[in-house]
Design a protein around this ligand. Structure first.
Ligand code: NAP
Length: 257
């Protein structure tokens, strides 16, 4: 069967690395993001080495209709969908007393609702095609253990692990597996923003901010987006067929439970 993956939030960082890795592994890939120029650039890079294997799609994952339309466009272009990677996410830094309604709703709409819409749209496509499939959600080390100043982000990432477990049980009879990946500290624009915020709040510079994160990593260094993409490639491929409802932790040794 032809393998077709849609990756959300793939205009940069981990999502872009996943799209490139899955294309290397033989997948046709739909590269979805909210900024068209960014996803077009990633898709262009993939198509340069793998002709006609990538499609750029603009959508906001917080909007259910846009996610369903993106899945439909993927099926139109490649004839199928077999893997859905709900990677898009935002990571506000939120000392508890600064949490407001708007930030909570914004992060929930993208991280949590966006994951739910992605699951629904993928399930519909799998059912229409008459086969099962694989759904892979982005959680985080911050969704396994609480981190200071990440109440909003952490709450969304804990929720994604919950959704991964509930839907894994619910969708198993349809031949659909649902797993998650939990990166630790990955060198992406998101992480540089968080380190900057944490440093500002402590009256320190950005270098200090990044050092706060690498201190807790057993392997002693920050990860690249490609390290995470390797874990996702496993979850997207046949070697993970007997796994569902699980969170694959790719954090260099930060959480051990
Ligand atoms: P990133 O560098 O901020 O990239 C995220 C991508 O998602 C961006 O391209 C962004 O688009 C896109 N996006 C954001 N909101 C969207 C929306 N509403 N609809 C569609 N696309 C949207 O983040 P990253 O570090 O690669 O993180 C990817 C995932 O891994 C996230 O779920 C994150 O929570 C998780 N994670 C990251 C780390 C880390 O250390 N970096 C650690 C643990 C977990 P624009 O570029 O157009 O804004």
């Amino acid at each position: 069967m032809k393998q077709v993956a849609l990756i959300t939030g793939a205009g940069q960082g981990i999502g872009a690395a996943i799209a490139k890795r899955l294309a290397d592994d033989g997948f046709a890939v739909a590269v979805l993001g909210r900024t068209l120029s960014k996803v077009e650039k990633v898709a262009g890079e993939i198509n340069a080495s793998h002709p006609d294997q990538a499609l750029a799609l603009k959508a906001d994952v917080a909007k259910r209709d846009e996610v369903f339309a993106a899945v439909a466009a993927t099926v139109d272009r490649f004839g199928d969908l077999t893997v859905m990677v709900n990677n898009a996410g935002v990571a506000p830094t939120t000392p508890i007393m600064e949490v407001d309604e708007e930030t909570l709703q914004w992060a929930q709409a993208i991280n949590v609702n966006g994951t739910v819409w992605g699951i629904q749209a993928a399930v519909q496509a799998f059912e229409q095609a008459g086969h099962g499939g694989k759904i892979i959600n982005a959680t985080s080390q911050a969704g396994i253990e609480g981190n200071p100043e990440l109440t909003v982000y952490g709450s969304t990432k804990f929720a994604i692990r919950g959704i991964t477990q509930t839907t894994a049980k619910e969708l198993a009879p349809k031949g659909i597996t649902v797993n998650a990946f939990a990166p630790g500290i990955v060198k992406t624009p998101m992480m540089y923003d968080i380190a900057h915020e944490v440093a500002q709040n402590a009256g320190q510079d950005d270098e200090w901010g990044m050092a706060q994160f690498s201190d807790g990593i057993a392997l002693g260094y920050l990860s690249s987006p490609e390290d995470v993409a390797a874990g996702v490639a496993f979850l997207a491929g046949p070697d993970s067929n007997y796994m569902t409802g699980q969170t694959l932790v790719v954090d260099g040794g930060m959480v051990f439970h």
